[in-house]
Ligand binder design. Structure first.
Ligand SMILES: *[C@@H]1O[C@H](CO)[C@@H](O)[C@H](O)[C@H]1NC(C)=O
Ligand SMILES: *[C@@H]1O[C@H](CO)[C@@H](O)[C@H](O)[C@H]1NC(C)=O
Ligand SMILES: *[C@@H]1O[C@H](CO)[C@@H](O)[C@H](O)[C@H]1NC(C)=O
Ligand SMILES: *[C@@H]1O[C@H](CO)[C@@H](O)[C@H](O)[C@H]1NC(C)=O
Ligand SMILES: *[C@@H]1O[C@H](CO)[C@@H](O)[C@H](O)[C@H]1NC(C)=O
Ligand SMILES: *[C@@H]1O[C@H](CO)[C@@H](O)[C@H](O)[C@H]1NC(C)=O
Length: 677
């Protein structure tokens, strides 16, 4: 990098290694040769209004393990995500409106599980939104449903047959956020990555208006650009009801219909890339190019923080990783600092300049202003191979090192100095550097020059930034080999017990007032009807826990079947699948039933039976199950006495522990204990 003319402190006369950034280069006398010139100007009007950069908690259960982190680590993680001028400093938090169903990495609870049920204290998204607001009162909030409780569709797997019910359900969530948590929801979506229904959208607008939620804007349809853009163009009522057209993984381009609508265009879900250096590269490229190529004024990362067991689908696809509440270990990865390059120096309500675009030799630049004289320029030169997202760029492109000169004109012409923040990906040398501040740049008659290497990001700005930090968190450790939970918590901070990750059904703390004895405080499976699913929930319910690498273990748990005759529960080890693959989870499942029988199966559906017989178990009575798997053999106890033994376990060789029920039915669990080796 070099400034073109003599400054007050000229420094040495040459830039010895142009590809190394140094103070020497900043104040060098010689201009860069062959520099392409880019004019940044606000004369003749501005470009589109910027709406912010966001992260998505949910879709589903992606923040599950975060809530159980010990302090101070949990607050540190939240600071890295939300605290202004610290880390990612996000402008937007989008959350799932839980629907009791599997939505990628688990289930999130619904606020209206039955027709006459309302509860705004389930799950952790309320907490997450409050923590975000605590740090940044201006953060924008979005709610979007993935799945719905079964009653919404009267049993059909479809939420639009009774649009009045569905719109009341969604609007109630927004009203509940305000009533119970003083949270103002700014935007709401329709149905994640599924069909929209025009009548429903109009009714949602009508219902929200009637409930005093006129200020809540509608995003549609969180899927592709079409057919929603076409519909908006052809239906004036829909045009009036929808504020923002949000598409997922748009690959930085938008459709011509979308642009024709004149609506705000958002990449309302994007990124979904492992948060190593490549993930950061993807994020850097799309944050600029979603606007440059596709006129999108907001980009939201799936997901906010990878706080789910790594072996679930899309492991580590968060802006950072926090999946070890038992150790307190977390990792702040490149996407956090790439986010900071934009978020710390802009705000929703700023405007892009019209002068944005591609660099001559690959890469892109955007510039934004607050309209009061501040300017932020973000430049990226991400090469193709190092910025692949889950959906790679539509067109191959090449990026080369290059010299550039930026000329600030219009109201920026008088700016004398600018702050510089820099990141450089160096995958091969393992020497990437993120978000470092360089000495300020001195402008000469509104111009500065910059040598750009490949895979760099620069922010050049009038706004002050800050690279927040905390002492190193504790080292990574695996899940404790011995683990127990008696669920004896009178006022639990969350409705779900630590470390259990529900994959079908919802398991919540329960106070069993009628129990005279040892089982007053329990964990209860509470979903009794198959939800309107988004993924492929199992026909059984299941919650996983522990270390996926576990081979040998003994699980003991007290169980209470609540459904007479047909009910059943299981405990399991070596469970090898979750998320949307949960229907096909293998493992070793020890079931007992209300009809007095037991079985041992190697699959969750319970079809591959390894042993079975009489157990004498029944509903309404507590039983203690023990499952022991050592090497290729397993045995089971009932109430401390051997029930079955010498069952051969060949596959799978390892997996999580789990509890669950035969179908969507009430059942309770207590005194859960694992000893793994
Ligand atoms: C950039 O400018 C420097 C200094 O004049 C020159 O040595 C170098 O070759 C130029 N680089 C490119 C890629 O044009
Ligand atoms: C989209 O962006 C391009 C390039 O910045 C611009 O020329 C065009 O006017 C924009 N279109 C809309 C509808 O904003
Ligand atoms: C830029 O932003 C800062 C902080 O937001 C503000 O105090 C200042 O007035 C703005 N304008 C200029 C020209 O710096
Ligand atoms: C990369 O460098 C970090 C420290 O900067 C080190 O912990 C890590 O092991 C290195 N990775 C490789 C693949 O060399
Ligand atoms: C400063 O820049 C303006 C336009 O950017 C130009 O018209 C003017 O001649 C320049 N002045 C000097 C002293 O270079
Ligand atoms: C598991 O148990 C088997 C049989 O007792 C033993 O051979 C094997 O070493 C154990 N594996 C581990 C990882 O402890």
């Amino acid at each position: 990098m070099a400034a073109p003319g003599p400054g007050p402190d000229p420094g040495p006369l040459y830039c010895p290694l142009i590809f190394l950034l140094s103070y020497t280069c900043v104040s060098a006398l010689l201009p860069l040769s062959g520099a392409a010139v880019y004019v940044l100007n606000d004369e003749g009007g501005l470009g589109a209004e910027f709406d912010g950069i966001g992260g998505l908690s949910g879709g589903g259960a992606t923040s599950r393990l975060l809530v159980n982190y010990p302090e101070p680590y949990r607050s540190q993680i939240l600071d890295y995500l939300f605290k202004p001028n610290f880390g990612a400093s996000l402008h937007i938090l989008k959350v799932e409106i839980g629907g009791d169903a599997q939505t990628t990495d688990g289930t999130e609870p619904s606020h209206m599980r039955y027709e006459d049920d309302e509860n705004y204290f389930r799950g952790y998204e309320w907490w997450m939104m409050k923590e975000a607001k605590k740090r940044n009162p201006n953060i924008k909030l979005i709610g979007l449903p993935w799945a719905f409780p079964g009653w919404i569709g009267h049993g059909a797997n479809w939420p639009y047959d009774y649009p009045d019910i569905t719109s009341y359900y969604v609007a109630s969530w927004i009203r509940g956020a305000k009533l119970y948590h003083n949270l103002d929801i700014d935007y709401v979506g329709i149905w994640n990555e599924r069909k929209y229904d025009q009548k429903y959208i109009l009714l949602l607008r009508y219902t929200m208006d009637k409930m005093g939620l006129e200020q809540v804007k509608i995003i549609a349809s969180d899927n592709l650009w079409e057919p929603i853009s076409w519909s908006v163009l052809h239906h004036p009522e829909l045009y009036d009801a929808i504020d923002i057209i949000g598409a997922h993984y748009p690959g930085t381009f938008s459709s011509s219909n979308a642009k024709k609508t004149g609506k705000k265009l958002w990449s309302s879900e994007d990124y979904s890339t492992v948060n190593d250096d490549v993930g950061g590269g993807c994020w850097a490229r799309i944050l600029n190019q979603n606007y440059v190529n596709g006129n999108m004024t907001s980009t939201i990362a799936w997901n906010l923080v990878a706080s789910y067991y790594k072996e679930l689908p899309f492991g580590r696809d968060g802006l950072m990783t926090a999946d070890e509440p038992w150790s307190g270990h977390y990792e702040v990865q490149s996407p956090i600092w790439i986010t900071a390059h934009t978020t710390q120096f802009t705000q929703p309500g700023w405007h892009y300049l019209k002068t944005v675009g591609h660099l001559h030799k690959g890469g892109s630049y955007v510039a934004l202003t607050d309209g009061k004289g501040n300017i932020t320029i973000i430049i990226e030169t991400m090469s193709h191979d190092h910025s692949i997202c889950i959906r790679p760029p539509l067109l191959p492109f090449e990026v080369f090192r290059q010299n550039t000169t930026f000329k600030l004109q219009g109201s920026f012409n008088q700016i004398k100095t600018l702050q510089i923040w820099h990141s450089k990906f160096d995958f091969f040398k393992n020497s990437s550097k993120f978000f470092t501040q360089l000495p300020e740049i001195k402008l000469d008659n509104g111009s500065f020059s910059l040598h750009l290497e490949v895979d760099e990001i620069y922010t050049i700005t009038t706004i002050a930034g800050n690279r927040g930090s905390f002492p190193e968190p504790p080292a990574s450790r695996s899940f404790p080999k011995e683990y127990e939970d008696d669920f004896n918590v009178e006022n639990p901070p969350f409705s779900e017990a630590p470390n259990f990750a529900d994959q079908t059904g919802v398991f919540e703390y329960f106070i069993n007032f009628r129990d005279p004895g040892d089982h007053v405080f329990t964990l209860r499976q509470v979903v009794t009807q198959r939800p309107i699913t988004w993924g492929s929930d199992a026909d059984q319910t299941i919650s996983i826990i522990g270390d996926y690498k576990w081979k040998n273990l003994t699980i003991t748990c007290d169980v209470l079947i609540e459904t007479a005759n047909t009910g059943g529960v299981f405990i399991a080890g070596r469970v090898n699948k979750g998320g949307e693959a949960v229907r096909h989870a293998e493992g070793l499942y020890y079931w007992v039933f209300a009809d007095g029988k037991y079985k041992v199966t190697s699959d969750l559906p319970g079809k591959i039976v390894l042993a079975s017989g009489q157990s004498g178990t029944r509903a309404g009575k507590w039983h203690t199950l023990t499952l022991s798997i050592q090497g290729n053999l397993a045995h089971g106890l009932l109430n401390g006495y051997p029930l079955w033994k010498n069952v051969n376990v060949l596959q799978p060789r390892n997996g999580w522990a789990a509890i669950g029920t035969r179908t969507f039915e009430l059942a309770q669990f207590d005194n859960f204990h694992i000893q793994a080796s």
